[in-house]
Each structure stands twice: as structure tokens, then as C-alpha cells.
Write a protein that binds this ligand. Structure first.
Ligand code: ATP
Length: 450
């Protein structure tokens, strides 16, 4: 379905996914705080990326480098010179725009005349140490990649890896963006998940295609509809100063097709620059061929916040529900902030001890939520809206037959299973087993009136 961004923003605020930063003081634009559910979603995205890109691969190692780096890094990398956007200012309303967000030299907001573009560096500058002078100026990193390049030799010396291999990193980045908006799509503070994959120069093309494919498949595996992804190749005028070739994986966001992830062939630009500026040898010795050379680098790079937006947009759905509308997030179970809701049919005191026991057992294995407020139908809807894939309901019959029901978010179907089989069954269902497959002693169940 076509998702209305305002509805999604309102759900995120109402249900505790995402809040405006410093909201009680009027907000700080393009900075966002993740609430109790948002932080779980974001952690899950990072966890899945780390699992699939690092832990389950033999050719990848991780890194966590510091946000603050020697200023020489940004001079060598070209960011001091080249990490700029053309900025234009409206002579009528004084709003500032990135030149590529404007048309015909006119302000997109009021139609006023714009100034000539001037180059604006997107790096945030601050002071290192107690003295506020230019000699003490350093930058907040605008990408995590440079932390990887300057550690290339350290990792080579310690991780015993042969080419091709990659270094992956997740961490905060800061960009003083000129035009912001579209919720968490473009933030001034955000998190990145970046891979620098080092290869022999003559294999860069193959590896570029490999990562293009691999990264699209990752989104599809985690539930993104294939139809909402497309590739966009950067033309000469769009290429970043370091890139030889660059493709965006675009996603169909509510405001239209926009970049979700960038895959760039950075050649040997970064290693060569750092070798030159630091005077350190950053070349690679290939023990098989006896040659020494500068590796080429393929870089898949994505913002966690932007990925979170894509997953939320893709999961958002509305369905007719009697006289009402059922709002649900069809999030992949690996991403859902809460995996299992535990719901006693009522607050009747005879039910509570068993319900609490079930909750204690379930929360040991999965992120779970206990909810006993209001009717069972209302509680199912609340869980649907935050994307909880499964709900376990304990009723009066459970006290006698030691069985509970499992209700599935997407189909609203239910099965009844022995408590002894519960956690094992939940595990299988969360990994994709159809609800209809019953555990020993399980049965189909018409379900409670919703
Ligand atoms: P754009 O053209 O949208 O400004 P970019 O081409 O400068 O982006 P890259 O430098 O390629 O972006 O950054 C890699 C990835 O980091 C992007 O694909 C995006 O997912 C994420 N990203 C970049 N800037 C931001 C931002 N301001 N807020 C959130 N995520 C961002």
C-alpha cells in the first residue's frame, strides 16, 4: 500500500518508536531519539547486519573506531576540500537549500530568487582540548569508512586475513546537512553500517556486482518487497570525489524513489592518499603471486536510520476490520521490537499465576511484553500496531488442560499448544514455520473473538 508519511510519524511517536530530539525545548531539527520500541528495532537491524555481514562470513572482520580522528585524516581523505554541497539562499525568505533540491534558481518554498550557489562543507567542526582556536579544530566524522582505512595495516597485521576480505563497522556519523526533512531519512546525526571490502584491482568489477546483489538480497530476506527496490547508477556529475563507480540501491519511500544504500568502487583512492600523507606503507603483499600492490575497495554503505525508515514503510499496512481499520506493522520477526506478547484473557486472580509463569518462561527466550489491560481484541490490535508477530493467550481452560493459544499477527489465526511445547513452538514459528504445523498435542483453534 502507499504509505502516508504523516501517519507513520504519528504511529512512531504515539507508540514510542521515535521522538524529536530535545522536543520539550521545541526540537532540534534532523536529530531524533529512539524510544523503547525504536531502540529495539534499531538494535535488531544492526544485529542482523552484523550477523549476516560479519559473523557468518569468513572473509569479514569487525572494527569500532573512534568518532574523533586526527585532522590529517580528513585532509588526506579529501573531505576538508571536497565534502561539500552547493548551498543557495532565498533572498526573500532566507531559507537555505541544497542546489540540487531547487529548480530554475527559485526557492522551492516561496518562489523567491536564490543567491548563486556557494560550497558548504558538511563536516561539523569542534575543538579538541581546552583552547578554542583554529589549531585545535577537529571534525566529527561524516562517515565511519576513514576509521577503517587508517586501521587497514593494524587489521592486516593482527587478523591474518588474505585478500579478498572486508572490514565492517557500525557507528555514529554527523553531517551538517543543508536540506533536511522526511523524518529520519536525512539526519544531522545518524548511524552508519559500512563495509570496506579489499580486493585485487583486477577483480574489483566482479566484487562490485557481487555486493550489489548481496545487499539487495539482504533487504529482501528481511521482508522488503522487491518491487520497492531499484538500482540507480551515478552519472559522472554525481560521483563522489573518491569513487570510480557508484550505484545506489533506491527504495520507494513515501516521498518517492530515494537512496537507501550506496555501493561504491573507491579504487585505491583512500589507501593511496593515507599512505602518501602519513608516510606509512599501506600496500598489500600477495603471498601467492609474490606481488605487492594497493588493494581496491568496494564499499557498501547504509544509514541505520534510513534502513529503519525503509523497514517501517514497507511493513506498514491497514486492513478493514469490521467497522474499523486494523493498523499493523508486518515487520520480519528478526526485526520486530517485541517478538511475543503474553496476554491473560482477564485479570482474574486465578489466571494470573499461570500467566506470570508463562511470561517468565517466554521472556527468557524472546523479547516479550505482558499486557493485561483492556479487552483481548484491543490488546491484539495494540500488538499488531507495533509489529509483534505472535501473541500467547492464557484462558480459564488453560488452568485445566495446560494449553495456551498462539495467535499470529498477519493471518490472525490461532493454534492451541501444550505449555510444555510453547517456547519450542514459538521459536519455530518465529523462524518461519507455518502456523498450521502443529507441535505434539497441539490443535487448531477457532480463536477468541477479536
Ligand atoms: P545523499 O545523496 O542522500 O546526501 P550520500 O550519497 O551523501 O547521500 P553516502 O555518503 O553515500 O550518502 O552515505 C551512505 C549512506 O549513508 C546513504 O546511502 C544513507 O543510507 C546514509 N546516509 C547518508 N547521509 C545520511 C543522513 N544525512 N541521514 C541518514 N542517513 C544518511
Amino acid at each position: 500500500m502507499k504509505v502516508d508519511m504523516d501517519k507513520l510519524v504519528s504511529l512512531c511517536k504515539r507508540r514510542g518508536f521515535i521522538f524529536q530530539s530535545s522536543e520539550i525545548y521545541g526540537g532540534l531539527s534532523a536529530c531524533w531519539d529512539y524510544g523503547p520500541l525504536g531502540v529495539e528495532l534499531k538494535r535488531n537491524i544492526k544485529e542482523m547486519w552484523w550477523r549476516d555481514m560479519v559473523r557468518e562470513r569468513d572473509d569479514m572482520v569487525g572494527l569500532d573506531s573512534s568518532v574523533l580522528m586526527h585532522r590529517a585524516v580528513w585532509s588526506a581523505s579529501g573531505h576538508e576540500e571536497g565534502f561539500v554541497d552547493p548551498l543557495m539562499e532565498c533572498k526573500a525568505c532566507n531559507q537555505r537549500w541544497r542546489a540540487d533540491d531547487t529548480k530554475d534558481g527559485r526557492c522551492p518554498d516561496c518562489g523567491g530568487e536564490l543567491t548563486e550557489p556557494r560550497m558548504f562543507n558538511l563536516m561539523f567542526k569542534t575543538f579538541f582540548g581546552p583552547v578554542e582556536e583554529e589549531a585545535a579544530a577537529i571534525y566529527l566524522r561524516p562517515e565511519t569508512a576513514q576509521g577503517i582505512f587508517v586501521n587497514f595495516a593494524n587489521v592486516m597485521d593482527t587478523a591474518r586475513k588474505k585478500l579478498p576480505f572486508g572490514i565492517a563497522q557500525i557507528g555514529k556519523a554527523f553531517r551538517n546537512e543543508i536540506t533536511t526533512g522526511n523524518f529520519i531519512f536525512r539526519c544531522r546525526e545518524f548511524e552508519m553500517m559500512e563495509i570496506e571490502f579489499f580486493v585485487k584491482p583486477d577483480t574489483a568489477g566482479e566484487w562490485f556486482s557481487y555486493w550489489l546483489e548481496e545487499r539487495q538480497n539482504w533487504y529482501i530476506k528481511l521482508g522488503i518487497n522487491k518491487e520497492n527496490l531499484r538500482l540507480h547508477q551515478h552519472g559522472e556529475d554525481e560521483l563522489a570525489h573518491y569513487a570510480r563507480v557508484c550505484y545506489d540501491i533506491d527504495y520507494l519511500f513515501p516521498m518517492g524513489w530515494s537512496e537507501l544504500e550506496g555501493i561504491a568502487d573507491r579504487g585505491d583512492f583512500d589507501l593511496a592518499q593515507h599512505a602518501k600523507h602519513s608516510g606509512k606503507d599501506l600496500s598489500y603483499f600477495d603471498p601467492d603471486s609474490g606481488e605487492r600492490f594497493m588493494p581496491y575497495v568496494i564499499e557498501p554503505s547504509v544509514g541505520v536510520d534510513r534502513a529503519a525508515l525503509a523497514f517501517l514503510v514497507d511493513a506498514y499496512d491497514e486492513e478493514p476490520d469490521k467497522d474499523d481499520i486494523r493498523v499493523l506493522l508486518r515487520l520480519h520477526p528478526d526485526l520486530a521490537p517485541v517478538k511475543v506478547a503474553v496476554l491473560p484473557l482477564s485479570r482474574n486472580e486465578t489466571l494470573v499465576p499461570m500467566a506470570k509463569d508463562v511470561y517468565a518462561a517466554v521472556r527468557k527466550c524472546f523479547t516479550a511484553q505482558y499486557d493485561d489491560a483492556q479487552s483481548i481484541g484491543r490488546r491484539y490490535r495494540r500488538q499488531d500496531e507495533i509489529g509483534t508477530p505472535l501473541a500467547v493467550t492464557i484462558d480459564f481452560q488453560s488452568l485445566e488442560d495446560h494449553q495456551v493459544t498462539i495467535r499470529e499477527r498477519d493471518s490472525m489465526k490461532q493454534i492451541r499448544v501444550p505449555v510444555a511445547e510453547l517456547t519450542g513452538t514459538l521459536e519455530l514459528k518465529l523462524s518461519g514455520e507455518p502456523l498450521e504445523v502443529l507441535p505434539p498435542g497441539g490443535k487448531y483453534w477457532l480463536g477468541f473473538e477479536e
